[in-house]
Ligand binder design. Structure first.
Ligand code: ADP
Ligand code: ADP
Length: 228
């Protein structure tokens, strides 16, 4: 089955005064190992879609399933990276990454090994003990990416992860993300404002319409033989 199966999903937020439709009637299947880029204007429901997949927001109607199991609450086997790295200021790089292991009760040796692999993979070797304020924005996002990947989640969700970075750093991180995707086989859903980024990274681009949040169009991406 699909890694992620979103079926007839609608999400409405109700308050006493009003109801906001964030997502209306979205269906989307993501096969294992795919990299889906999601684009669309601000407020069209992109963040809500990812949060619903992660089990942080409950569908008003419709369903989300991960590998055939319906999502009914926060998912352990998902990695999530946001625009803000949200690192703990008083903990070094390695300890920030290992936070994920503590929260999930991972085996300590396995977590330590995986943390070192990831640190090397993103080029943070030598910065293991550096504190977040000693790092550039790009390095902080690399730490957040390692933290999201520490428990080897089969599905990684990213909400504008590099949106606050300068163009060059973004380009470097996108190249690293592409390499991580190819090396780990992780299924990835990425929300981005950049069409160029969406096309460079994705095996498919989903365009969400302004309002209410529906998928308007799916753009297949021609994969070149070598994407480096
Ligand atoms: P995007 O990520 O595409 O910018 P969002 O998913 O953040 O869009 O938001 C979609 C719509 O849902 C917006 O109108 C937003 O204001 C609304 N919304 C999002 N989260 C909430 C919430 N927790 N409570 C009320 N409304 C919300
Ligand atoms: P926004 O409108 O930017 O989504 P929010 O206050 O809803 O603002 O969320 C702030 C950030 O924290 C967002 O990136 C959001 O996706 C993330 N977030 C919200 N709730 C949770 C949660 N329960 N667990 C992890 N991250 C969350």
């Amino acid at each position: 089955g699909a890694a992620v199966d979103i079926a007839d999903l609608s999400v409405r937020f109700r308050s006493k005064r009003s109801t906001t439709t964030a997502i209306e009637d979205v269906s989307m299947r993501v096969a294992a190992g795919e990299f889906i880029s999601i684009v669309g204007p601000s407020g069209c429901g992109k963040s809500t879609l990812l949060k619903t997949v992660a089990g942080l927001v409950r569908p008003t109607s419709g369903t989300v399933s991960l590998f055939g199991d319906e999502v009914t609450g926060p998912q352990r086997d998902i990695g999530f990276a946001f625009q803000r790295a949200a690192l703990l200021e008083w903990r070094g790089v390695r300890k920030n990454i290992l936070l994920q292991a503590e929260m999930r009760g991972m085996d300590r040796d396995r977590a330590a090994r995986r943390a070192d692999e990831l640190i090397e993979l993103v080029g943070l070797t030598g910065f293991e003990k550096a504190l977040p304020h000693e790092l550039s924005g790009g390095m902080q996002q690399r730490v957040a990416l390692c933290r999201a990947l520490l428990h080897e989640p089969p599905v990684l969700l990213m909400d504008e992860p590099f949106g606050a970075l300068d163009a060059l750093t973004r380009e470097q991180l996108n190249a690293e993300l592409n390499r991580i995707w190819r090396e780990t086989g992780t299924t990835i859903m990425l929300v981005t404002h950049s069409i160029a980024e969406a096309v460079f990274l994705g095996t498919r681009v989903e365009v969400m319409s302004p309002r209410p949040g529906r998928v308007m169009r799916t753009l297949p991406v021609e994969l070149p033989a070598e994407r480096e």
